[in-house]
Design a protein around this ligand. Structure first.
Ligand code: HEC
Ligand code: HEC
Length: 330
């Protein structure tokens, strides 16, 4: 090989290596960039074009205790809008003071859930609304009772005719309540503003809290628009939650109650954390009274980590930025 050709080959080799190094660098820039912008939480998008008349009819039905069998319990008793859509009790009480076995989740942002209830047993508005109506320890009522009542009430007859052009029926009651639920969306929270680029929308401590929320792994489960509510997970993934010191209530084995599969035991829908700061007590049975304790338990049982107080406080500061303003009847 002449020295001339050898020099050209050498140059080509060097050029190739430099090109590859540049390509890897550019590729990494893209990967890093994409990672940076792919956040596990996305801003809340409220429902558009809601029908105002349906919303106000739904609101009236939601607040009417006469839908229950003894005329004492409305949906709002357990989902009180004055207190962020919850009753602030460990478990709820229905007709005749009957004690339930689960904590009432907030009705705010509930329309964003992909399945309803702690065990996700309802998929549609029809199932979700019929459940509390017929549940003997909630409203203990029936569609027959409700339609008899609405059909003999002139105010309702005229509202249904105004909104739907016909007399009250089961599907329309469901439609109106479902439309009202869609109007109860907490949106444009400080955190969502931050996600959209307003660096000053949340405090430095809240930003640190968010970084911790991601680095501990909370966002593997609590994620998406509602910061939860889009998957089922066991309570006690890493360290068992129920055991000798903490016996499970035999009536509540989570999704196992529906499926009968052993692997679904103690599995619940991951709850939304959008309003969590305002909706104590915590967990499906309302057994945990403070957010501080709930987060420590999450660290221990879901992630196998002990979370320092300082970190817990920063995570709480982050969680407090998730609540937005209420979109009512847009
Ligand atoms: C006696 C108290 C009580 C009453 C009355 C009641 N609820 Fe509930 N609600 C609950 C409880 C407790 C749960 C959780 C039940 C479960 O997970 O098994 C729940 C769950 C829900 C959910 C699911 C939320 C989610 O995040 O999955 C919606 C929506 C809801 N209720 C709407 C209503 C409507 C509409 C009415 C009236 C027709 C109503 N509730 C009446 C206590 C009540
Ligand atoms: C493996 C999934 C998973 C991980 C990881 C996880 N959680 Fe949870 N989280 C759940 C489930 C499931 C529940 C419901 C437990 C129950 O009710 O029994 C829950 C409940 C909660 C609650 C109570 C909400 C309420 O309304 O009752 C809070 C607060 C919470 N998690 C915060 C966190 C924080 C903070 C982290 C990180 C340190 C975290 N979680 C990590 C699955 C997870």
């Amino acid at each position: 090989m002449s020295p001339h050709i050898a020099a050209i080959t050498y140059c080509k080799q060097t050029f190739k290596i430099i090109l590859i190094v540049i390509l890897i660098f550019v590729n990494n820039l893209f990967v890093y960039g994409a990672e940076k912008f792919r956040e596990p939480i996305t801003p809340v998008i409220p429902f558009n074009n809601l029908n105002k008349d349906k919303v106000s009819l739904g609101k009236k039905l939601f607040h009417d205790p006469k839908l229950s069998s003894d005329g004492t319990v409305s949906c709002a008793k357990c989902h009180n809008l004055e207190t962020n859509g919850v009753d602030l009790l460990p478990v709820s009480f229905g007709i005749n003071g009957e004690k339930g076995n689960r904590n009432s989740p907030t009705i705010i942002n509930a329309a964003l859930q992909y399945r309803f209830f702690w065990d996700g047993r309802a998929k549609t508005a029809e199932e979700q609304i019929t459940d509390p109506i017929e549940n003997p320890i909630e409203m203990g009522s029936s569609w027959q009772h409700i339609l008899l009542y609405l059909g003999s009430n002139n105010e309702y007859i005229s509202s249904f005719n105004q909104v739907y052009g016909v007399n009250p029926d089961r599907n329309l009651v469901i439609d109106a309540i479902a439309e009202f639920q869609k109007s109860l969306i907490s949106y444009n929270s400080p955190f969502d503003q931050y996600l959209k680029g307003d660096e000053n929308a949340i405090s430095p401590e809240a930003k640190e809290g968010y970084a911790l929320f991601k680095s501990y792994g909370c966002s593997q489960c609590h994620q998406g628009m509602n910061v939860g509510g889009n998957m089922f997970e066991k309570i006690g993934v890493i360290r068992p939650y129920y055991g000798k010191d903490n016996p499970a209530k035999l009536t509540d084995l989570g999704r196992y109650n529906l499926t009968g599969n052993k692997e679904d035991m103690y599995e619940f829908r991951v709850p939304s954390l959008r309003l969590v700061v305002k909706t104590p007590p915590y967990f499906h049975d309302g057994s945990i009274s403070t957010l501080n304790e709930a987060i420590q338990l999450m660290g221990k049982h879901q992630l196998g980590r002990d979370i320092k107080d300082d970190h817990v406080n920063k995570i709480i500061q982050f969680l407090a930025t998730l609540e937005g303003q209420l979109e009512s009847g847009k």
